[in-house]
Design a protein around this ligand. Sequence first.
Ligand code: THU
Length: 306
Amino acid sequence: MEINIENETDELFGFDYEKLICDVVNASIDYVKCPYEAVVNVTIVDNEAIHTINKEHRNIDKATDVLSFPMVNYETAGDFSILDGDEYNDCFDPDSGELILGDIVISKDKVILQAEEYGHSTKRELGFLVAHSMLHLFGYDHMEADEQSEMEKMQKELLLSLGITRDTDFNSEIKSSKADIDNMDLILEAKKAMNNAYSPYSQFKVGAAIATKTGQIFTGCNVENASYGATICAERCAAVKSISEGCKDFVKIAIVSSLGDFTYPCGICRQFLSEFNENLIVILSNNKGEIKEIALKNLLPEAFNM
Ligand code: THU
């Protein structure tokens, strides 16, 4: 896998944008089940430069947010079987044998402006544009309404698989007093579940609410036992309830406790949840109404995998 990133603008983004780009490119390749090792070139430019490229290549005399130049002319989007034919040899790097997917050009000015307009982070905006453009490199388009809705669905799923949502500055720990309504709903459900905690030994009540990709919420509380080791944490209780109902595409989990302070999931729960989504968004809430969002990956880097 080769991802060549060039930033032709003077300034840098205030975060590790190269890692973000690589994460989205890799996730996109996995998402469409591309069977080849691939090469992608990403260039960050300013509005003036993207304007020039847009005029040159598409005869459109204005700046835009992202331009995609796919190398492969797919018959059907996302169908890589045509690449078996000799006529597609040019699409492969002669030295490495990797599939050259194409080039992505992104305007940094537009990333910042659009993030402000939509009221989300520049990380989310850049992640979105890379995902969108990657789908173009796989032949997807949005000329027709049905194509557009398919592409939108794919972008959403892809970004969600990385924990990139409109309300989350994934990969970083944020403390904010203001919560998104969905997060508040989830926290409320976790609080309700906490009331059912069975914790006669520790007197410590924990509640959890886990949200799935399809928008379902499953709740859990800690259930203790006189044989202490048999105790089940709230987080695993919620996850197991969900899994046993056939839902394991977890997106986020809210955790609250009777401590009143932020309660982080224990090591076993981190490992347990990581199995289903290492990018799960963990939402913690204290009794001051403050909220923290952390990607599970940051709570359990290098999780055990088999
Ligand atoms: N507990 C949880 O429910 N979740 C955690 O992540 C940490 C610990 C519960 C288990 C036990 O009933 C009590 O808290 C004290 O360890």
